[in-house]
Structures are given as C-alpha cells and as structure tokens.
Write a protein that binds this ligand. Structure first.
Ligand code: PMP
Ligand code: GLU
Length: 396
C-alpha cells in the first residue's frame, strides 16, 4: 500500500513527453520534439575537461553535503557580479539540480495547511513539490494581455493568514516572459508587508532577448533579500542538464535546514560535476553568447511561423527558450470524428498524426495554450512547424 503522499503526486509531464518522444524515435519514427526544455548544444569542452581532470585526480569521494568551498565561492562571486547580491558561504547550498534545490526549499519551509502562491501558468514542479509537503498551492492567474506577468494586486488579494510564500520565475517557463524591475519592486513591498518568503527561480537569467535585463527580486534591498531564496543552476546556461548541478542562496537558517535535509537524502552533488561547475562559472563565458545568438534566430523564426498559422497566435518571448502560443481557437474543430477540445487533444493529435512532440498547456495550468521548446536545431524547427501547419490545416 503506497503512502498518501505517493498517491497524490503526478509524474513530471515534461519529462514524460520527452520519454515518449525518445521512445518513438528509438522505434524509428521521425519525431520532431519541441517537448522538453533542454539545450541541444553539447556541454563546452573546457567544462568536460575539468570533469575528466577531476576523475584523473581522484576527486571521486564524498564532499561536504552542500558543496565544496571553491564552488560556493564561485557562486558567491557570480551573485556579486551578475546580480549585485552579497552572500556568505553559509548562505549558499549546491544541490543535484535546481529542481533539487527547489525541493529542499519546499521541505524546509512548507508544512500541512501552508498556502503557497504560484502565478499561473507555472512550471510543472512547483505545485507538486508544495503538495508533497502537505501544503496547498494557490494559483494566481496571469493573462496573455498582461504578458503573463502577475499583477501585484492579484497577489495581494490571494493572501490569507496561511500564506507562507510566493514562487516567482523570471524569465518564465513556460511563457518565456520576464518581470521588470518596477513590478518586482511592487511585489517586494507586498511580500514584506505580509511577511512572506519569496522563492525566486532564476535559472533562465542568462537567456534574455531584445535588450531585456534580468533583476533578482533579492537585489532590491536587504529586507527583501532576507525573505528571498534565489534558485539558479547550470543546466540551461551551460547545456549541463545531465550533470545535475543547481544551487540556492538565502538566509542561513533556511540554507542550513536545506543542507540537513540534503544530508539525509542525496548527500553531496556529484564531486566531479562540482569541479565542472567551477569551470563553467569561472571559465570563459563565450559559449553562452554563441548558444544565445542561435536561440535568438530560432525564436524569431518560430514565433513568426506560429503566428502565420491560422488559428494560432503567439506573444514574442523575451527570455528562456519557450514559445507559448494560444491555440484555444482550434478547440471547436475536429478531424475524422476526432474532436480537438483541449490542449491535450491537440498535443496528442500532433504527436500521432504529425509526429511532433510538444507539451499541452494544461500541464502548466492553462489549457488555452501549448508549449514548444526551441532549444532544437533550426532545421528541426522548420520541419516541425510545417508539420504543425499541415496538421492544423486539416482540422474542420
Ligand atoms: N526551474 C525551471 C523553471 C526549469 O524550467 C527547470 C528545468 N528543468 C528547473 C528549474 C530545473 O532544472 P535542473 O534541475 O535541471 O537544474
Ligand atoms: N525544465 C525542463 C522543462 O520544463 C525540463 C523538464 C523537467 O525538469 O521537468 O521541459
């Protein structure tokens, strides 16, 4: 008999779609996968070499649970340089991916009955991690007409005596949109007034387009910094999804609790990957610009193409590598007695009939949309959109 907790939890839909697309590929099906958010670029050689050297040097033993000091120092310097934030070593934890840092935060902060505000659409793991701790996700709906940016007053109207924290994600997965400094200042005021915590997931901070700048809400003053846990990681910026290195920075009592939890679950993140992470953060950064320039070309192409498909409209994302088109105008249509009435129906139709994998918006809390990751080669994007155009053209 499974625990109550296990029966409440859903598997990650983004990873599930990726697994399905990969399985179809392995069977020889020519799938175009806009499914998972994972850079198609290889991890840069200097980073790989650092890991190989770590193995050769025998750096293959347990390390301190929350990460080795040289890596914490590299992260501290990154926060100082990129975000104008100053932390001490005991305010930093390195985990097995940003998802693991987020999980540790949820374990350290949330308990039965606590309410956690999550602007919706949201990234898939936020509500599930809240639920895993018997706390309650409270969704604050955002709208396409506001570029999916949560209205500060909407946050305030959802606050109750039980509200413990707000989860922010900018640049956002799945919408690809970004919060500006002014909105963050208003949100910070509300958070401080109601004595909440902010969990600020900034994993896409290096992927910004059209001259948009990234601001960490924690950098807006000491009071808000003391209530914020910033989460970041190497998966996206350095094409290191498989290495499993993420980190968090925040008040030392929270970091200590997270480290205790980590000490009883995974122990340290992989020793070799930690050495690679130091090289990633402190070594040459040109790779990010090369990858980013390519993502920008893909972004412009994909958004243009999506908007030229009858029945689809898509905002231009300013960050990350996701397009989040509105597909709701297609939901009254059908083909061969098969009715398309939701984002799941559409995603399944496109997978089965057009061999295109993407994620239904419902997985992110909004059925009116679908999500496409453009972290795939431009030729694949071209092939994929033509298949989508043709399949959608057949709907009556
Ligand atoms: N936050 C967001 C918004 C993400 O899209 C991802 C991607 N998986 C993560 C956190 C976690 O990344 P990772 O665990 O690979 O560091
Ligand atoms: N964050 C990526 C995505 O949203 C990776 C999948 C996951 O970690 O769930 O596709």
């Amino acid at each position: 008999m499974l625990s109550n907790r296990a029966s409440k939890i859903k598997p990650s839909p983004t990873l599930a779609i990726d697994a399905k697309a990969k399985a179809m590929k392995a069977e020889g099906v020519d799938i175009v996968s806009f499914g998972v958010g994972e850079p198609d670029f290889d991890t840069p050689d200097n980073i790989k070499e650092a890991a190989i050297k770590a193995i050769r040097d025998g750096f293959t033993k347990y390390t301190p649970v929350g990460g080795i000091d040289p890596l914490k120092d590299a992260i501290i310097e990154k926060f100082r340089k990129d975000n104008n934030l100053n932390y001490m070593r005991d305010e930093i934890i390195v985990s097995c991916g940003a998802k693991h840092s987020l999980y540790n935060i949820a374990q350290a902060l949330f308990g039965p009955g606590d309410e956690v505000l999550i602007p919706s659409p949201y990234w898939v793991s936020y509500p599930e991690q809240v639920v895993l701790n018997d706390a309650i996700p409270v969704f604050v709906k955002t709208y396409e007409t506001d570029s999916f940016i949560v209205k500060p007053e909407a946050i305030e109207s959802h606050i109750t005596k039980k509200t413990k924290a707000l989860i922010l994600n900018s640049p956002s997965n799945p919408t690809g949109l970004t919060y500006n400094k002014k909105t963050l200042e208003r949100i910070a005021e509300i958070v401080l007034k109601h004595n909440l915590y902010v969990i600020s997931d900034e994993i896409y901070e290096k992927l910004l387009y059209d001259g948009v700048l990234h601001f960490s809400i924690a950098s807006l003053g000491n009071d808000i910094k003391n209530k914020t846990i910033v989460v970041n990681g190497l998966s996206k910026a350095y094409a290191m999804t498989g290495w499993r290195i993420g980190y968090a920075a925040g008040p030392k009592e929270i970091i200590k609790a997270m480290t205790n939890i980590q000490s009883q679950s995974t122990s340290n993140p992989t020793s070799i990957a930690q050495k690679a992470a130091i090289e990633a953060i402190t070594g040459p950064q040109d790779f990010i610009n090369i990858m980013f320039a390519e993502f920008d070309v893909r972004r412009k192409f994909l958004i243009n193409e999506l908007n030229s498909i009858h029945g689809i409209s898509c905002l231009t994302p300013t960050g990350a590598f996701y397009a989040f088109p509105n597909t709701s105008r297609l939901y009254s249509k059908s083909i061969d007695n098969r009715k398309i009435s939701s984002s799941s129906d559409l995603a399944l139709y496109l997978l089965e009939r057009a061999n295109v994998a993407l994620v239904h918006g419902e997985a992110f809390g909004d059925d009116n949309y679908i999500r496409l990751s453009y972290a795939i080669p431009i030729d694949e994007i071209k092939k994929g959109v033509e298949r989508i155009r043709e399949a959608i053209g057949k709907l009556k």
